[in-house]
Ligand binder design. Structure first.
Ligand SMILES: *Cc1c(COP(=O)(O)O)cnc(C)c1O
Length: 496
């Protein structure tokens, strides 16, 4: 048994990757890491010419060693099939003298699909070997928009699992709401709650901690609760694959030779997308530099500049909502590895974050981090300008999240000939109003009117999954109070 996964804050309890995926977060509040990461390298030259699915099988075999090859094969087949609009899964495209890696060709048109198409497959296989064979998992998520839909699409009709998504009534966009309420599947539940996202999130955390409810669910229908949160190691590792895929595509178009270094610019909020690039480097991918691109919530920029992480700051609602984050959870994993596994240090930093709202890392550690990570950020005007500039220069439309990265990239002096890859995290058609406004288009009417004007102005077409929502049947119309959420979960679990 390969029990090497332990908390970033202590190494006393060790689990298999299967157990770590099932559990999500360590009992002490830390994130699961393994000191084996990087002991076994992946030789990128063996991946050249291979399809994405083969790369996925190879890399997941290294990253999740206690899953069998045949299990991983099943997971990969289910996750990276015809539901993707591009057979490359994450195609690399030239953008002027740089490249863009499209992560949004999955079923919900945002980058979270890369991980959330496969996490349910892992999750469904974590029950194997458990005491009761009809044990089921109900995944609970509170969402401000993107995560809910990607999780629904991933878990829909996955055996042994169910999913319940709560979103704040009136606080998500029209497209985001329709994406969720039209979701097909016999094991999915979507419900609006009266309150804001934080209220819903807090209530979900309370439900996770409710021992009475847990007993009821277990006794009535062998259901345990779990989360599809981005701190789950099963969401992180699938993202490592696309860094290798990007590199291989550069080799295949003769832009580099195997061994040459490549730089990545990554729009990130929770530090998940960019952390996967760091994992890729630890696995042997020649990554020269990783650049964090933030929106106006630039807590990561300040941290990487000063070594002080301070969450006590104003929160801004921006046009890139999936990056509006003040506590960047996955940063903890980077700090763990960069400090050579100093669990004592990580624990005291995280205690400080919890108790006084900030922490400061030692200068030597900051210096080490800055040797690999750069940073930048974009305000709302710069995002809007980046969207128009990218269109004018490259005839390529980017969404507001990707635009933060484009802005940061455009500010970076080119010091070397090292190829640069910008990660693109959402289809621009998910945000047709923001993009239309940047282009100076009329933005009256519905999101669908905005989509049509964007199509007309640019000669591009909206993904069918998004444009088709206008006339799709809504399955879920319940609106409940925060107090009723526990009961809702109980009822939904009975039907699993
Ligand atoms: C979630 C998300 C991000 C940020 O991802 P991290 O895990 O925070 O790095 C960026 N763009 C879009 C569109 C997203 O949905």
């Amino acid at each position: 048994m390969n029990t090497t996964f332990h908390s970033t804050r202590s190494s006393s309890v060790n689990l298999t990757s299967r157990q770590a995926i099932r559990q999500g977060l360590a009992d002490d509040g830390g994130l699961f890491v393994t000191d084996d990461l990087g002991n076994e390298k992946v030789d990128v030259s063996t991946l050249v010419g291979k399809p994405y699915q083969d790369m996925a099988r190879t890399m997941l075999g290294v990253l999740l060693p206690d899953f069998s090859a045949s299990e991983l094969d099943e997971c990969v087949r289910a996750a990276y099939g015809s539901q993707w609009l591009d057979s490359a899964i994450t195609p690399l495209k030239p953008l002027g003298d740089t490249y863009i890696l499209e992560l949004f060709n999955g079923p919900t048109n945002a980058f979270k699909d890369v991980a959330l198409q496969i996490l349910p497959q892992f999750m469904a296989r974590t029950a194997a070997g458990a005491t009761s064979t009809n044990e089921k998992v109900m995944v609970l998520t509170a969402t401000s928009g993107d995560t809910g839909k990607a999780a629904l699409a991933g878990f829909a009709d996955t055996p042994g699992t169910g999913i319940t998504v709560f979103y704040p009534e009136g606080k998500v966009s029209e497209i985001q709401r329709l994406q969720m309420t039209t979701q097909i599947g016999s094991n999915v539940n979507v419900c609006a709650v009266k309150g804001n996202f934080d209220d819903a999130q807090t209530a979900v955390k309370r439900i996770f901690g409710d021992k009475n409810l847990a007993t009821k669910l277990e006794e009535s229908n062998s259901v345990s609760l779990s989360s599809a949160n981005s701190i789950n190691v099963g969401r992180l590792v699938p993202q490592v694959i696309y860094y290798f895929s990007a590199y291989v595509q550069l080799v295949e178009r003769s832009a580099i030779n195997v061994g040459d270094e490549v730089e990545f610019i990554v729009p990130t909020g929770n530090f998940g997308d960019i952390l996967a690039g760091y994992y890729a480097k630890k696995l042997g991918l020649p990554v020269g530099r990783l650049t964090v691109a933030s929106d106006r919530n630039n807590v990561l920029f300040d941290f990487l500049t000063t070594g002080i992480y301070n969450r006590e700051r104003p929160f801004y609602q921006t046009s890139s909502p999936s990056m509006d984050i003040l506590v960047s959870s996955n940063l903890e994993r980077m700090l763990y590895y960069m400090s050579d596994g100093d669990t004592e240090l990580i624990r005291s930093l995280m205690d400080n974050l919890q108790n006084i709202g900030s922490f400061t890392i030692p200068d030597s550690l900051l210096k080490r981090i800055r040797g690999l990570f750069s940073c930048g950020w974009a305000d709302e005007n710069q995002v809007s300008h980046a969207i128009t500039d990218c269109w004018n220069v490259n005839h390529y439309i980017i969404d507001p999240h990707t635009a933060c990265g484009y802005h940061v990239l455009s500010q970076m002096p080119r010091q070397t000939a090292m190829p640069r890859v910008l990660l693109s995290t959402a289809s621009p058609y998910k945000f047709p109003r923001v993009v239309g406004k940047a282009f100076g288009l009329d933005t009256a009417g519905t999101d669908f009117d905005c989509m049509d004007r964007l199509s007309e102005a640019t000669g591009t077409t909206a993904p069918k999954n998004l444009r088709g929502l206008e006339h799709a049947a809504e399955r879920f119309t319940d609106v409940i109070s925060i107090d009723e959420m526990g009961d809702y979960v109980h009822q939904a679990s009975k039907q699993l």
